[in-house]
Ligand binder design. Sequence first.
Ligand code: NAP
Length: 493
Amino acid sequence: MSVQAKPVEVFDLVIFGGTGDLAMRKLLPALFHRFADGQIPDDSRIIGVAREEIDSDEYAKRVKDAIKQAAGDNKDLAKQVDPFLKLVGYHPLDATVDKGWNEFAEDLSDAKRIRIFYLSTSPSIFVDLCERLRQHNLHCGRSRVVIEKPIGKNLESAQRINDAVGAVFDESQIFRIDHYLGKETVQNLLALRFGNALFEPLWNSAHIDHVQITVAETLGVGTRGSYYDTAGALRDMVQNHLLQLLCMVAMEPPASLDADAVRDEKLKVLRSLTPIDNENAGKLTVRGQYRAGATRDGAAPGYLEDLGDDHSNTETFVALKTEVANWRWAGVPFYLRTGKRLPERVSEIVVSFRCIPHSIFENGSGPIAANKLVLRLQPDEGVKLWVMSKYPGPGGLRLQRVALDMSFAEAFGVQQPDAYERLLLDVVRGNLTLFMRRDEVEAAWSWIDPILNAWQTSSEGPKSYVAGTWGPSASVALIERDGRTWHDDEDEQ
Ligand code: NAP
């Protein structure tokens, strides 16, 4: 039985950077889906803002093209496109200069409405933007601001951005988005851990051998090379997405789902991570950079060719090992890896349990593998629990590993909403649970900065790996040194 989602209150949403890639590819289609599902009231407004001098009709045309794909062949959805476009308007404005702000402010004069500013622009203009919102008194009590990653490129710059946004908005109005937290599987981790009696008693070092978190992409840097080269995989992926996933796995049960109760627990995890610095970075981290190779789609150029440069020390792959130094997790390694131009597009968390202490089965029964809980974030969100089972037939008690496999799409018969659909409506509702608090972002940078520093002062650059492979061989060695291997679903069959 499907559960009808409740409509939200009427709102004005201003998307600074409304013509950009994120707005067109993610935000507007997500809003369209929520509208088509009856969750967004007809008199809400969505106002795109960018410097380009176009009018609202031209903008609506672009939005229509962007959401056409979202509607696909579904006739019921297609009927909703024109009504949705009635909500959409456009305001040409350079967020960094005074001209045009008075007219823009007049357009937003209804201070009784929920007012959301989504900063979908480069973070370099966040400071200017927030200052202008303040000058024009647009930060009313019911306003909210959404900021996208990257929040800085180290602790110091993150503090600068947080100071600037915090000078205008109260922390309770600031929504630092990490779209991984909006993924169904990540929220399902909360449901699995705290809505079932089954897992929590086992969720500790006595029963869990190790945890792996993998976020693998098949694509290279594409047209984002100039941004990416100033960031790299550690800043772009580990500092936010992978550490947030680690927090969701490792945090203590919060007292409630209240935003601060959850965020307090995540913060404790971030502060418990064992430090990686000059002393141990060589042993605990591996960084790589792809060179020309081949993926499923054919020949793939190397990072330097993608970048159009002949030298760069930027990593497109990271693998690292850390621990959460507390009573629950001491001695349990967390292996994290992420990279571009890997063989598959897959994001998953693998919780690997300890082996049984003693086998009653005879030698011919086959090896008894440890149980694994695999949470797939993409593709095909779902949960798999690998257990040992008797192989059918009269040939003796032969054991084989099988998966209790739940695909969300199949189990619930509904298409999985995009993470932005959930998160955008949480912003309207004022629910901060799935957004990062300032101290979390800064604690994450405090842990990342010494790794960056160790790499910068090392005489070695990133290790090269062939596009279409699982990163440098050193990343395999990182885990195999401990007598473990990276999880591969196909090897489990
Ligand atoms: P983008 O395609 O380069 O778009 C930037 C947008 O900002 C454009 O609409 C641009 O339009 C507008 N803009 C630039 N300067 C402006 C100014 N002074 N005043 C008003 N508007 C201005 O960038 P994006 O990929 O959408 O990314 C936006 C933000 O989201 C970035 O911080 C990015 O790191 C983050 N992000 C993006 C993705 C993604 O998938 N794209 C994912 C995660 C995070 P005009 O040039 O016409 O002004």
